[in-house]
Design a protein around this ligand. Structure first.
Ligand code: GDP
Ligand code: MG
Length: 205
């Protein structure tokens, strides 16, 4: 989405939280470069999302591979942030973490206190989201995997095998540009968080 396009959602300062909101639930969206993290936060946030997109310059050539995302001209240099009010007391905070290796130092901090994560995968380059899964497993942050629809045709079992996913980890399809589709992914994650097989989040001491 071009930031110059009018966005009717309220800005953060114009959308104060409900007076009774006392439970903030943090969800992180992770995955490789260009898998649709920023797009997903933009699609689903009720406020104009905070994003930290910077125009990619020649310096990124040979570092960030845009071959499979030819329309991509910006990259996230800190994180994406969005918000969804669930009810008077509960608010969901969404954080999209930048995917490239040079930003990995941000991750552990960003994950602190997260209830769970969505790992976005582009089926044409599944391996780009592998590091995210490695970190999440290391931190015992429960996660689900969502294959963003870039027209890839990998069979779900191939995706599971390539990512070495435990059988209980949900794997769903989505279109990060579509709000309803993103909502279904979030619901899947929340349902998973309430199943007894999901790992229990353990913040580093
Ligand atoms: N075909 C298709 N393109 C998408 C989808 N989601 C995102 N894109 C495009 O893919 C590019 C990368 O998305 P972006 O959200 O910036 O990726 P990020 O690096 O993970 O934040 C952008 O040009 C998006 O418009 C999708 O579901 N299908
Ligand atoms: Mg991004």
């Amino acid at each position: 989405m071009d930031s110059a396009i009018f966005d009717p959602r309220p800005a953060r300062a114009d959308a104060p939280l409900h007076a009774d909101a006392r439970h903030g639930l943090k969800i992180v969206i992770v995955g490789g470069f260009g898998v649709g993290k920023t797009t997903m936060v933009r699609s689903i946030s009720e406020i104009r999302p905070l994003d930290t997109e910077a125009t990619m310059t020649q310096v990124s050539q040979g570092v960030d591979d845009i071959t499979l995302a030819p329309g991509k001209s910006t990259t996230t240099v800190a994180f994406d942030f969005g918000r969804i009010t669930i009810d008077a007391e509960h608010v969901l905070y969404l954080f999209g973490a930048p995917g490239q290796e040079r930003f990995w130092f941000l991750w552990d901090r960003l994950f602190t206190g997260a209830l769970g994560a969505i790992v976005l995968v582009d089926q044409r380059r599944i391996e780009d989201s592998w590091y995210a899964i490695d970190r999440l497993e290391h931190q015992r942050t429960p996660f689900i995997v969502a294959c963003n629809n870039f027209g890839g045709t990998a069979d779900p079992q191939e995706v599971r095998d390539a990512l070495d996913l435990d059988p209980h980890v949900p794997l769903v399809d989505c279109d990060a540009r579509n709000r309803d589709s993103c909502k279904r992914v979030l619901i899947e994650l929340v349902e998973y968080l309430y199943t007894p097989t999901a790992p229990v989040r353990k913040d580093p001491a």
